[in-house]
Design a protein around this ligand. Structure first.
Ligand SMILES: C[S@@+](CC[C@H](N)C(=O)[O-])C[C@H]1O[C@@H](n2cnc3c(N)ncnc32)[C@H](O)[C@@H]1O
Length: 277
């Protein structure tokens, strides 16, 4: 009977790389390959497109500091840190421990505090809680097959009179992306569906404003407004990270002030919905 040769006692490069990465993350709280959205200049500029309407709606709804805000899928705190700095009692949930450790460091550097919980949004929100004055979930649900379930959990965590603020992908986003690639089949698929695999990649979902309204109404919430997140830079293929301060202010002003005509055509749509008192 043939005896199998023993495995050489040399770590495979991928295992070694994984180990080094883990060690570096644990010891130095760093990973050069990790996309830290709080530190990335483009992402922190895009964050303004969320924060400005959000702060306005919180004020109008009377949700003032130190009201309780949940940031579901907070990553490293691109939205969580500014809200904590505003004086809100913020809780962040993320399933990535590394993201939360980075968020903790960014909070500390900003002189702010927040409660950080590691776990799946659905599981954490299944446990009974006091509810939140506002629940935010940005750039998470469009990748989740169970987005309806997650949205229902997020909605149930909003107190009466509170706000649910969630970003989605507009249908026009995938339509433009399909047409840019000359993929007519994908374009037709996007127009006749609202979820599924896009061009063979992972699962996505996309909605028009009317579909969002229906989605939120089913959950007992009224859709107050939908804001486009990144229209001009995305469509024109501009790198906002390369903008100087003046150009950046001008870009922000145009993104925010240009009326929303011709439907939602942007990288994300940011829905703000309210639960009745
Ligand atoms: C693209 S980042 C968005 C970060 C942040 N919301 C922002 O806008 O800056 C998505 C984050 O959601 C987290 N995430 C995705 N699905 C999740 C789930 N079901 N439960 C908890 N965290 C989740 C990921 O770990 C990741 O950190």
């Amino acid at each position: 009977m043939a005896v199998a040769a023993p495995e050489p006692l040399v770590a495979k490069p991928s295992a070694l790389k994984r180990f080094t990465k883990k060690l570096f993350r644990a010891v130095a709280n760093r990973d050069p390959e990790y996309y830290d959205m709080y530190l990335d200049q483009r992402e922190s500029r895009f964050a303004e497109l969320y924060l400005r309407p959000l702060q306005q709606h919180l004020k109008e709804a009377g949700v003032l500091p130190p009201a309780r805000i949940l940031d579901a899928g907070c990553q490293t705190g691109r939205l969580l840190v500014p809200l904590a700095k505003d004086g809100y009692s913020v809780t962040g949930i993320d399933r990535s421990l590394f993201a939360l450790r980075r968020a903790k460091a960014h909070l500390r550097n900003a002189g702010a505090r927040a409660k950080l919980t590691r776990g799946d949004i659905g599981s954490v929100l299944s446990k009974p809680g006091d509810g939140y004055d506002a629940v935010i979930c940005a750039e998470v649900l469009y990748l989740c097959e169970d987005y309806r379930l997650l949205l229902a959990k997020l909605a149930s965590a909003v107190k009466p009179g509170g706000l649910l603020c969630v970003s989605h992908r507009p249908q026009a986003y995938y339509l433009v992306e399909a047409l840019r690639k000359g993929d007519m089949d994908a374009a037709a698929y996007v127009l006749s569906n609202r979820e599924g695999a896009f061009r063979g990649h992972s699962y996505f979902n996309w909605q028009t404003e009317e579909q969002l309204r229906a989605l939120y109404e089913e959950l007992g919430l009224s859709l107050l407004a939908v804001y486009p997140i990144d229209r001009f830079a995305w469509l024109a293929g501009l790198d906002i990270g390369a903008f100087d301060q003046g150009t950046c202010q001008e870009w922000l002003r145009r993104e925010i002030d240009t009326p929303l005509e011709g439907g939602l055509c942007a990288r994300y749509s940011f829905a703000i919905a309210a639960r009745d008192r």
